[in-house]
Structure formats: structure tokens, C-alpha cells
Unconditional design. Sequence first.
Length: 285
Amino acid sequence: MKRLLIFPLSALLTFVALDGHADDFRKMAEASMLVKGTVDINPDGSLRGYTIDRAETLAPPVIALIEKNVPAWKFRLTHASTTAVKETMTLRLVAKAVDDAHDSISIAAATFGNPDPDDEHVRFKSRKAPHYPREAVEARVSGTVYLLARVGPDGRVQNVSAEQVNLRTLTDKPLMDRYRKDLANAAIAAAKDWTYEVPTKGEHVNDPYWYVRTPINFDVVGSPGEPNGTASKYGKWEVYIPGPKQDVPWVQDRSLLSDAPDAIPEGALQQLGSGTRLSTSLSSG
């Protein structure tokens, strides 16, 4: 479902649009909001109930969108169960311009999982923050790099690529391409030396490797690689210029690339091909 809002996208947040590019802002920009909560799932995959964190702080159109769509969801559980299963839920809402006075809002992605890392999933062991590219710092360019990595049985990274880079700065396309490349290269260089704890039990314990996604945030007012004011940002729209989704040729199971890479909250780690997933559409139509 898409719902029209009565505020212009350009008024959501202060955004860096360099000289001569203000007119292009609404055509290219999106706004994203992260909403968290829980879902209770019946053994047959139907939804028993759900909660939304700090619902009282969210705008009525956001609540209306969730109420319209979430109750119709059905799920594919990782393990068979005879009782209801509770999972955490993270929703990524996206607003896009429709005309000069309105935007549309939709649920762009949803992820589910256990809030506490366990022995059945890949977990961070050590990770060093990336170096913020000097040119990007001097130009006050902020953005988020969404990484996809393949982790081997020894917990080290076998391959890593940047699937998408969203910028919070609008300028000439060649410059944006260069900033995206610089941020991606910095994130990849750091991620190559990260190490992970790999599953020691569960259905994926004997996998030859594991695919994991994580976002790396570069913010000129914070430290690269670390969530910046995450608590204060809850329920707030964040404006950005979405980057193109890049193919990752070393991923053998192409179905794993169908989900949006920019649907993961800051500081999170998503193991692809595991956990509860939707078996129905995000939108009820």
C-alpha cells in the first residue's frame, strides 16, 4: 500500500544540496524511516499479533500504513513449532516524491530475528572502523555503505563487496559516483580484516560459508562505522540519494540478492538465507 502525505519531501530534514542542485532534490531524493517492534507468529505461519516500539511517537500516516499491511502477513518459519513464536521486527519505510506537494509512503522492507545473537548465527568477533576518505570529509559528504560478505569456517572474510551506497549529499553525478566509490572502497578495506564467530549448532552449522550483510555509516558529525545518534533518530525521516544496487557475481545463490540491501538498521548484522521470512507481499494492495 502507498499512502499520500501532505508534506514535501524536501522539508523532512536538512539536506546538503550543493550549489545549483536544489531543483534536482525532489526528483532524486528518498526519505527512510526505521520502525521496530515484535511479531507473534502462529505455528501455521499466520500472524497472531504484533507490537510497534514507541508507537505514540510515530505520525498517524505511518501507523495507518502499518495497520493496513502487517495483519495480512504470513511467514515461513525456520523451525517447525507447536506454539506461537515471537520475533523482533524491523520495518524500513520509504517516502518518495509524487508531485510538488505530496509524497508517497510504503513499507520497503522487513527483517525478523532474535534480538540476542546465538550459536546458530554468524556474529561479529572483531571489527575495526573504516578510515573516512579525506576528500569526502573535506567536502562534508555523508553516506551509508551496505556491505555483503562471505565468511569462511575460520571466521574470516573470503569475499566482500558493496551492494549499494546511499549518499546524504547531492552534487554533480560524476562527483557522487566518485564519493560512492571512495566510501565503498574504505568500507571494503576495513571489512576485509573483520573476524566473526560462526555457527556451532543449528541447521547452518555445517555450511561451507555464510553470507552476511551489514551497513557502514559515514557521517561527518560522527565516527565512521558506528551508529550515530540511533536512539534520537527513531521514528524520524532521514533523507538520502539512493545509489544503484550493484551485482555481486561471487554469490552463487542469486535468490539471496532479491532483498533490498539497505533494509538493515545501523550496527546490525544479517545472515542471508536464515531466519524467519515473509511468504506474502509486504503490501496488501
